[in-house]
Design a protein around this ligand. Structure first.
Ligand code: NAD
Length: 495
């Protein structure tokens, strides 16, 4: 059985804890590897390596740092297919989607290549007579990233590109469900010329996370995952004096106003609801149909579902892959039980269309007349189950979205610019799409939700990522007027 270990101090290291976890190929429904699960002592080794590397890396010139980032960008570009293939095997997503993930990760490296510009401070001359003020942005030291299974390449890149560009040394604790992508990234960083110890990987589970959260040398923790764990990471990390940004789960709505283009809205609902088998934190989970558009919209979505080809990620004709584990598939399918549905109606049942065999497949599922207060609406399902909630008015749609505890992404579909503008102002959600179902910001903005979708106050990547991974120092300086010097400096006044 293939064994997946850690990456510490610039080389791969076998685990010594004696604990391992299974890694599956979800399309085959089979275990394909086992991953080492780090002990606290192994986390300490990675943190120590990062700590030792920090004085030199933090002092490395900006142009040298950005040279390495440019090289990493080229290497990642050249290794897109290798990385996509590896993450598709363990995650299950189709190759085109996996390559899309790598492309979005690459954007974060491209942003970080601008480190010399991004790390400029400010300067105010003559704030009072003879006094100037300037600010500098300095790295924090050792920082850690803890990442979810659903984007095993992109989410680590959201964090490490900026962290490293800012002069920090990084310890990544990837998801134990699909750990291989992290080691490919480590290998590419090394090839790019990043000094040993600046990027480390510890594979692991809760035990490794707890040690990161209490380690006195770790200055900051960047987390992406589910809401209960995000809350725990934020509370524990901040209690231990660390800077923490913890992005949590989501329940994203797509509001469709009566004037929307039905084909455009149905295509968007299908791609955003079922892409990556719904295992995206920005997936659309609930379509909110306003007024008379509901019936035609449900029909238009349902008509499209039989055409979706569900199959193994490495088959180029597949459009949707399996779910990540057998347990997760069971959990998602559980939302089709009457107790979870309430009065809602299953229009298309993905259990019937799923490929047979041992793979963890569930076909695209559509549920209509879903009501708040039922598990199918209230919970984050994280699978290919799309709900339709019917409401009578814009105000009802808005109230529904704003009452939801999650607030990651939201979309509105309409031809009316005024309605879209009003929604953009009224809605209490971190990322808003207008006729765009998955409004993931480009890398030069920042990514993050509100409410139970983000604990902390700084969003991820982009300008807020630079802010998270640096601390500011403000220098106020006064220099005496050279004319008053007792030494002859060559100024006419001294003579
Ligand atoms: P998860 O919360 O189960 O795991 C995330 C990380 O936390 C993993 O590294 C895991 O090993 C660790 N972890 C799990 N249980 C832990 C525990 N009890 N104590 C300490 N650490 C623990 O999430 P997941 O299932 O890997 O990913 C899916 C979730 O992530 C969904 O809820 C999804 O919405 C969310 N997500 C959010 C965003 C976002 O940007 N807001 C992006 C991607 C995924």
């Amino acid at each position: 059985m293939k064994r997946i270990g850690h990456w510490i101090d610039g080389r791969s290291v076998e685990g010594t804890s004696g604990r391992t976890g299974p890694v599956y190929n979800p399309a085959l429904g089979q275990q394909v590897a086992e991953v080492d699960l780090a002990s606290a002592a192994e986390v300490d080794l990675a943190v120590e390596s990062a700590h030792n590397a920090f004085p030199a890396w933090g002092a490395t010139g900006l142009s040298r740092r950005s040279e390495i980032l440019f090289r990493m960008r080229e290497l990642l570009d050249a290794n897109r297919k290798r990385l996509a293939a590896a993450l598709s095997v363990e995650h299950g997503k189709v190759l085109s989607d996996a390559e899309g993930e790598v492309a979005r990760g690459l954007e974060n490296l491209e942003f970080a290549c601008g480190a010399p510009h991004l790390l400029k401070g400010a300067h105010s001359e003559q704030v009072s007579r003879g006094v100037d003020v300037h600010s500098v942005l300095q790295p924090l030291g050792v920082v850690a990233g803890i990442t979810p299974f659903n984007f095993p390449a992109m989410v680590p890149l959201w964090m490490c590109a900026n962290a490293i560009a800012c002069g920090n040394c990084f310890v990544l604790k990837p998801s134990e469900k699909d750990p291989s992508a992290s080691l490919i990234l480590a290998d590419l960083w090394k090839q790019a010329g990043l000094p040993d110890g600046v990027f480390n990987v510890v594979q692991g589970d809760r035990e490794a996370v707890e040690r990161i959260l209490e380690h006195p040398v770790v200055a900051a923790v960047s987390f992406v995952g589910s809401t209960p764990i995000a809350r725990h990471i934020y509370e524990t990390g901040t209690r231990n004096g660390k800077r923490v940004q913890a992005l949590g789960g989501a329940k994203n709505h797509m509001v469709v106003l009566p004037d929307a283009d039905i084909d455009m809205a149905a295509d968007a609902a299908v791609s955003a609801g079922y892409g990556s088998a719904g295992e995206r934190c920005m997936a659309i989970s609930a379509v909110v149909a306003v007024g008379a558009i509901a019936g035609p919209l449900v029909r238009a979505i349902a008509e499209r579902l039989p055409a979706i080809r569900v199959g193994p990620g490495d088959d180029p004709s597949s459009e949707m892959g399996p779910l990540v584990t057998a347990d997760h598939k069971q959990r998602v399918a559980g939302y089709l039980r009457p107790e979870a549905l309430g009065q809602a109606r299953v229009v298309v049942d993905g259990r019937e269309s799923a490929p047979t065999g041992p793979g963890f497949y569930l076909g695209p599922t559509l549920v209509d007349d879903v009501k708040p207060g039922t598990p199918v609406y209230d919970d984050e399902i994280f699978g290919p189950v799309l709900s339709v909630v019917r409401v009578a008015s814009y105000d009802e749609a808005l109230a529904l979205v704003n009452a939801n505890p999650y607030a990651n992404g939201v979309a509105i579909f309409t031809r009316d610019g005024g309605a879209a503008r009003r929604f953009e102002r009224d809605v209490q959600v971190g990322m808003v799409g207008v006729n765009v179902p998955i409004p993931v910001p480009v890398s030069y903005y920042s990514f993050g939700g509100w409410k139970a979708s983000l604990f902390g106050d700084v969003h991820m990547y982009g300008p807020e990522g630079i802010r998270f991974f640096t601390r500011t120092k403000v220098v106020t300086s006064r220099w005496p007027d050279p004319a008053s010097s007792s030494v002859d400096l060559g100024f006419p006044q001294n003579r």
